[in-house]
Ligand binder design. Sequence first.
Ligand code: CA
Length: 367
Amino acid sequence: MRILIQTLFILLTFGAVLSGCGGQSDAPTSAAAAAPEKTYNWKIVTTWPPNFPIFQEGVQRFADDVKILSNGRLKIKVFAGGELVPALQVFDAVSQGTVEMGHGAGYYWAGKLPAAQFFTAVPFGMNAQGMNAWLSAGDGLTLWRELYKPHNLVPFPMGNTGVQMGGWFNKKIDSVADLKGLKMRIPGLGGKVFAKAGGTPVLMAGGEIYTALDRGTIDATEWVGPFHDERLGLYRAAKYYYYPGWHEPGPVLELTVNAQAYASLPANLQKAIEVAASDTNQWMLNQFEARNMQALRRLKDEHKVQVLPFPDDVLAELHRLTGEVMDEEAAKNPAFKKVYENYRGFMADHDEWGQLSEAAYQRARGQ
Ligand code: CA
C-alpha cells in the first residue's frame, strides 16, 4: 500500500510537471488528453448455436476478457448464429461492417475463397500444434491476412478442436470398397476426397445431422469429437464410431474483425483483442483435450458404441486421394496454390522435427 501511494504520488507529480510544461510552451493543451477515454460498444456474431459448449462459451469468455483487459472501454455483445444474422452470413456481415466481429471457421467460406480452407483444416494436414506454429511463427497468419484483406477482414486464430473423430457409420468399414455408394455428411476438402473414394458427400448444418442419420437419409456422418458428438446423440443413430479424423486433424476456428473498425481502435485495445483471442485459442483446445476422453468412455460403456480404427489400407488410399484433390484445387485457383506451397513446406519441416521429437517420445513411452 505504501509503495502504491508513493507511485501515485510520483505519477501525480509527474503529471503536474507535464501540465506545467504544456502551459509554458506554445503547444495547445490537448483536448483529447483531458477528455475521458472513448469507449466502444461492439457486436460479435457467430456461426454456432446459442449456448453451444466450448465454441459459443469460448466467444463469451473472449468478450468478457476484452472488457477486463480494456478496463471497460471495449464492450462486445455476443450473438449466436441466427440471432442477428444467419450463421453462414457471418463473413459478409463483418466484411460489410454490419457488425464489427465474427467467429466461425474459414472452410465455411470455401465457395467464395477456396484457400480459406487452409486456415481451418486440410485432410492429412497439420495438427493443432502444427497449425499454431504455422500461424504464429511461420507465414500462416500473414498469408491469411493477405487472403482476407480484399474482403475487409482481419482474421485471428481463436480456437481449435484438436484431432477430430472419423465419424459415425451404420456398417463396418473393412476396405475402401465399403466407402463406395455411402452418403456421408462431410464438408470441405474431406468431402472431395470422400467423393473420389466413391462416396457421396452431403453438406448439412449440425442441427440436421441426427435426424438425417436416424432416418437413413445419410449413411454416415462426421461432426466434431466425443464431447460434442455425445451431446448431439449420434450414438442413438449409428453404432460404429471410427477414428482418426483424417479429414480434420486440427481445425482452427477464426475471429474476424472488420478492418475499418479494427483500424479505428487505439493500439492498446487492438492488443487486448489479440491477447484475448490468443488465450481463447488455447483455452478451447484445452477444453477438448480435457473432456473428450471422458465422453468417449461414456459412449463405449453406457451407450455400447463400437469405437474402431479405420483400416490402414483405407487411410493410405484416402491419403493418396487427398494428394490428387489438393493438386486439382491448386491448378484451379492461384491463391489456393500459393498458400498450399507455403503450408506444404512448413508441414514437411514440422513433420521431420516431429519424428524425432513428439513421435519418438510417444514411442519411448510405449504408445
Ligand atoms: Ca468436423
